[in-house]
Design a protein around this ligand. Structure first.
Ligand SMILES: [Zn+2]
Ligand SMILES: [Zn+2]
Length: 408
């Protein structure tokens, strides 16, 4: 046992030492076995440390609901502008099973704060996570994945069952177009593999963290991260050969991603041109359905996927912010930023009227707010043209789905 772990064991109450030793693979056949043999998961404690446990208006809060949405992070874009909004991430929870969509900056901390874990006093923030889903590979959606991957085996106290299933885009296999077209092509980053998908990205992470992983494998009997995470590229090969423009085709049926007992996960191609492939995900449980848009402009595929959903968690951008931002950028950069932001995202005016209303969803919850600092009054305009309930997303806000209640 390494001395750090010795100190850690000495510092925790006796009753918790068994768990810590199990976590280190000592006196047990490894973490997974320790989890199976350990105590049943503690009672669910939704919103244990959450700032906001209730929904808004007629929208039910999540406390005690068998199915619920927890908005872990609600800021869009890689710029850090508001300490109250962390990078975008959404948890869909069914009983004590947690499914996380995207991992923006700070979202791993938000997961810990959400209380979606057994209350052990030790590292357990991934103990109930069953799946992680990446909508696309922009850094504002993935940058906490290295943190989760590298430290995962230290955050699974009382975890039972299978490895965490991770799904995301595969390689796009072609470069995006240069904009504007007259601009010379910039030098490539990593020309041997310039468009890695989620599984290739994870292989690169594994190699980058090799020293730490090997230290812990040899010194502390920690498990190999590949025994905790199974990473899958979502196969788009029969649907679309991605081109440099990245405008997806219309799909006539959703993509089947995963069925985990009562929870069925499907996806569609959304339009985040030229970034591709980009996905929206739908989660169906016995209590209802939740759809997460990822980053997209108004997308008919997404409207189809969201048809009749109880909750649509959708990205949104304030066009006034785009004008303000691009006014301060140098010529050349300004136009490409403006085009990216307005062509590949959904404005406040569009999200309710042109997406949530035609999809017929019950509740529209706004996330990926750009800018995260805009006042609530700005986002309220999304209600225009939408007859359902509008929730202006905040970090750690919970939304209940269906009437079923649940206790462990
Ligand atoms: Zn984004
Ligand atoms: Zn994006």
């Amino acid at each position: 046992m390494c001395h750090v772990l010795n100190q850690a064991v000495a510092s925790v109450p006796k009753t918790d030492r068994r768990r810590l030793l199990s976590m280190a693979g000592l006196g047990a056949a490894g973490i997974a076995a320790a989890g199976v043999a350990g105590a049943a998961p503690a009672a669910a404690s939704p919103g244990r440390r959450g700032r906001l446990e209730q929904g808004r208006g007629k929208v039910p809060g999540g406390a005690g609901r068998r199915t619920r949405v927890v908005m872990l992070g609600t800021a869009g874009g890689p710029a850090l502008v508001d300490p109250d909004r962390h990078g975008v991430s959404t948890a869909i929870v069914y009983e004590d099973k947690v499914y996380v969509v995207d991992l923006g900056v700070g979202s791993f901390n938000r997961l810990e704060q959400s209380g979606l874990a057994p209350d052990t006093g030790l590292g357990s923030s991934l103990s109930w996570v069953r799946g992680i889903f990446f909508t696309h590979l922009h850094s504002d959606h993935t940058v906490d994945w290295p943190a989760v991957y590298a430290t995962g085996s230290m955050n699974i106290v009382e975890r039972a069952g299978d490895p965490i299933q991770v799904f995301g885009p595969g390689s796009r296999d072609t470069l995006t177009r240069v904009y504007p077209p007259t601009r010379p092509a910039p030098a490539l980053v990593n020309p041997e593999d310039p468009t890695p998908g989620i599984s290739s990205m994870t292989r690169h992470l594994r190699n980058a963290f090799a020293q730490d992983f090997n230290d812990r494998l040899r010194d502390s009997n920690f498990p190999d991260p590949d025994s905790l995470f199974q990473v899958h590229d979502i196969d788009h090969s029969g649907l679309w050969t991605v081109d440099p423009q990245g405008i997806p085709p219309r799909l006539d049926a959703p993509i089947r991603v995963w069925e985990d007992g009562d929870v069925k996960v499907t996806a569609t191609l959304v339009d985040h041109r030229p970034t591709a492939p980009a996905y929206g995900f739908r989660f169906d449980t016995p209590d209802g359905s939740v759809v997460v848009s990822g980053d997209t402009c108004v997308s008919q595929n997404l409207i189809d996927l969201a048809r009749g959903a109880d909750v649509l968690v959708h990205e949104v951008i304030d066009p006034a912010f785009v004008d303000q931002l691009t006014a301060s950028l140098p010529p050349g950069t300004a136009e490409s930023v403006r085009e990216h932001l307005l062509i590949s995202h959904t404005t406040i005016e569009q999200v309710g009227r042109d997406v949530a209303e035609p999809a017929g969803v019950g509740t529209l919850a706004l996330t990926h707010m750009v800018p995260g600092t805009a006042p609530t009054s700005t986002w309220r305009k999304a209600q225009r043209g939408f007859s359902g309930e509008l929730v202006i997303g905040e970090d750690l806000l919970e939304i209940g789905v269906g009437r079923a209640r649940w206790r462990a």
